[in-house]
Design a protein around this ligand. Structure first.
Ligand SMILES: [Zn+2]
Ligand SMILES: [Zn+2]
Length: 352
């Protein structure tokens, strides 16, 4: 089969790999129908993910059809259309029992797919712990609407949850890329007073506004986010801040726009060490929560999608046939042509 393979630092290629087979009774094999490219894939390509194993097929955000299951898989059957969780997890270890599946201690747990074991930018993928990590896609839900369930929408769901966003809150989200917008979509379900999106890229703000995501859209080059948010909150600051951007000074913006006793959720992955100027924030009594999605709520997310309450398919601005995956990578990494999210569309299955 063909797969986008991490050959080595700076080198992704479509290569030929053997088709996966069941290795553990809890595995399933998925014929991939659509896969997304994620910023984390670019981090792997750049050699910035030390855990990533050269030679693996990348891809951790995909949907497909189950072709085979191990004998201990009970919730999923061959023929089921499924969304795949970006994190595979055992469900039994200390962390899994607390719902902290990102920290699953199983060797195949946490972010393994497309990082430490073969992932889903391939014709077929083996998914460990299939009962935990596959979510059936209802008939009325298209691949595009389901595609972002396992990673981006899970991240939004998780960030909103640990941020404790509740009705009437003023929520500030720094970063209006695909992850920030999924956070905003999930935050909107909690009836906040206002969702304020902040990004230095005017295109992303226009995109968000055009799709009705967020209430107030701020470009820090033209408006001071702190002034705007203080204006909305009698000078207090945001009730919850989600820092999704991971820019040079965005962590500083995050704590500055937060009101005293706010929760600041750091969703972003930084390339550089950050500092918290504790003397400056003394008395603000902030709570910081740090990133790493616990992707174990895909069932709830799929219900929201099926009910029409969440639809992230508008973020998929570009589609490429799998054979042109490398072109898709180039466009995505250059952020050209108004790209938000790109889907790799696999060839249809051969008729049986
Ligand atoms: Zn990802
Ligand atoms: Zn576990």
């Amino acid at each position: 089969m063909k797969a986008v393979t991490y050959v080595g630092k700076g080198d992704f290629r479509i290569t030929e790999k053997p088709e996966p087979c069941i290795q553990d009774p809890r595995d399933a094999i998925v014929r991939v129908t659509m896969a997304a490219i994620c910023t984390s894939d670019l981090h792997i390509r750049a050699g910035a993910v030390p855990r990533a194993v050269p030679g693996i097929a990348v891809g951790h955000e995909f949907v497909g059809v189950v072709t085979d299951v191990g004998e201990d898989v009970h919730g999923i059957r061959p023929g089921d259309r499924v969304a795949v969780n970006c994190e595979t997890y055992c469900g039994d270890c200390f962390f899994c029992r607390h719902g902290w599946v990102n920290n699953c201690t199983d060797p195949k747990g946490g972010w393994a797919l497309g990082c430490r074991i073969d992932g889903g930018q391939a014709e077929y993928a083996r998914v460990p712990y299939a009962d935990n990590c596959l979510t059936r896609i209802p008939d009325g839900v298209s691949d595009e609407r389901a595609l972002l369930t396992g990673d981006l929408l899970s991240t939004g769901y998780w960030a909103v949850d640990i941020g404790g966003i509740s009705e009437g809150d003023v929520v500030a989200i720094i970063g209006a890329g695909p992850t920030g917008l999924c956070c905003a979509m999930m935050a909107a379900l909690r009836n906040p007073a206002k969702i304020v999106l902040i990004d230095t890229d005017p295109f992303r703000l226009v995109f968000a506004r055009r799709h009705g995501i967020g209430d107030i859209h701020i470009d820090p080059a033209t408006e001071d986010p702190r002034t705007v948010i203080e204006g909305l909150t009698d000078g207090r600051g945001a009730d919850v801040v989600l820092e999704v951007a991971g820019g040079r000074d965005t962590l500083q913006t995050a704590w500055r726009i937060a009101r005293p006793n706010a929760v600041v959720v750091v969703v972003a992955m930084y390339e550089e060490t950050q500092t918290l100027p504790l003397p400056d924030m003394y008395g603000k009594n902030l709570t910081f929560k740090t990133g790493g999605v616990d992707g174990c709520h895909c069932g709830e997310i799929m219900e929201l999608i099926a009910a029409g309450r969440v639809d992230a398919s508008c973020l998929i601005t570009h589609r490429f046939p799998f054979s042109r995956a490398m072109e898709a990578y180039d466009l995505f990494s250059e952020r050209g042509d108004g790209i938000m999210k790109v889907a790799l569309v696999m060839d249809p299955a051969p008729k049986e």
